[in-house]
Write a protein that binds this ligand. Structure first.
Ligand code: NAD
Length: 380
């Protein structure tokens, strides 16, 4: 007997995330491995139905990957009862309208973050999904990065003692587009098109902080546009109306202070594009995308401040690597498998639209905090 397959409407697959991480590295990779394994051993294949605005691009994608179904007619794809799941990786601005349509059609929904541009819309999506009784999920891929899984292992093992603080550094130089092409789409730098680093990254920080350390109780942020003018995909100069860096301080449940810098205007002098340093009474750790190094209190050196002498200690040599102890799969794929199990056999999936809305709320409060120059409480 051939395995069962379910239709998955995928909107926005010509984009960076939709194509690489969701179509190729998740849905097609899952099929290559024989489908999603359910708890009773059954395997379920995913039948992608590509949706977008450009027939030519969709047809090429379908041909390149041997995919039978594609359409520019979202309504038609949603009307097909064999399509159980709707997935959205469109530009953020296009998300709410399409997701509401899919909820109305009774599809289970999985969506990229942020789920919406405003808290009001994000909560409206969560409410509509609940009212319709459909399963809903938001991409929270950073939780499945090997580096953060190792950090979680340290936390769960009680390594840190009492956690005091978290310091995150995220970012890299995104070229302005004049003498070297920008490596991110230009809409990210226009507020009117749903861009901005706060709206992009604070939803990530919300679920990372919440899942590893505790919910965010307050936020102070300073969002800035360091590079006021950029050049787009067509070679046209445009005004960057959105923030390209944000310096945030978050107070967490239990009194932990998290500081996270997010920037597309910073040059990397780190081992990874994102790193979180966690300091606790019994030990510290620095987690990146893949690796996590730690220092126990017993191995902590005792530096003495003396600017008259050259530094001879090599502080970074005193840290140890957390071993892999496991095989780490692509985080996007893991979350896809979790969501399909959630839909088909009600397996747990905490990354729902309500948690997506908390991410959007943190972004909204971050921007408000920056505009008003004050710390804001995050209402529970
Ligand atoms: N989880 C993550 O780590 C992560 C990383 C980057 C982006 N994202 C999110 O993924 C989404 C897509 O980002 P991307 O970097 O892939 O962008 P992209 O510009 O590469 O792709 C956007 C997609 O939306 C489509 N699109 C563009 N304008 C549209 C419009 N007006 N109406 C309908 N569709 C339109 C495009 O054709 C394309 O398929 C965003 O919401 C972004 O916040 C998530």
């Amino acid at each position: 007997m051939s395995p069962r397959s379910i239709g998955v409407v995928m909107n926005g697959v010509t984009g960076r995330m939709g194509y690489r991480q969701h179509l190729v590295r998740s849905v097609l990779a899952i099929n290559e491995q024989g489908g999603v394994a359910l708890s009773d051993g059954e395997r379920v294949l995913l039948r992608p139905v590509l949706v977008g605005r450009s027939a030519a691009k969709l047809e090429k994608l379908a041909t390149d990957h041997g995919i039978a179904d594609w359409t520019t007619d979202l309504d038609a794809a949603l009307a097909d009862d064999d399509n159980l799941i709707y997935f959205d990786a469109q530009v953020t601005q296009a998300r709410v309208k399409a997701v509401l349509k899919a909820i109305e059609a009774g599809k289970h929904i999985y969506a990229e973050k942020p789920t919406a541009e405003t808290v009001e819309d994000a909560l409206a999506l969560a409410d509509a999904a609940e009212a319709k009784g459909i399963k809903n999920g938001v991409v929270q891929d950073k939780l499945f990065l090997p580096g953060l899984l190792k950090l979680k292992r340290l936390i769960d093992g009680g390594f840190f003692g009492r956690i005091l603080s978290v310091r995150g550094e995220f970012g890299y130089w995104v070229f302005e587009g004049d003498w070297q092409a920008a490596q991110r789409p230009s809409w990210n730098y226009r507020a009117e098109d749903g861009g901005g680093i706060v709206l992009d990254m604070f939803p990530h920080w919300a679920y990372v902080l919440e899942n590893l350390f505790g919910r965010v109780n307050s936020v102070y942020a300073q969002a800035v546009t360091h590079i006021p003018e950029r050049v787009d995909e067509q070679g046209e100069t445009y005004t960057a109306t959105a923030d390209d860096a944000a310096y945030g301080v978050f107070e967490l449940e239990g009194g932990i202070i998290a500081q996270i810098n997010s920037s597309w205007s910073v040059r990397v002098n780190r081992d990874e594009l994102v790193e979180f340093q966690v300091d606790g009474t019994h030990g510290s750790a620095v987690a990146g995308l893949r690796n996590c190094r730690f220092q126990h209190r017993a191995a902590t050196p005792k530096p003495v401040w003396n600017p008259d002498l050259p530094v001879t200690a090599r502080f970074r040599d005193d840290w140890q690597e957390v071993p892999d102890n496991a095989e780490f799969d692509n985080g996007f794929k893991i979350q896809w498998e979790m969501f399909v199990r959630h839909v088909l056999e009600d397996a747990p999936f905490p990354h729902d639209f309500a948690s997506g809305a908390r991410g959007v709320r943190l972004a909204e409060l971050g921007l408000q905090s920056s505009a008003e120059g004050r710390r804001l409480v995050v209402e529970p």
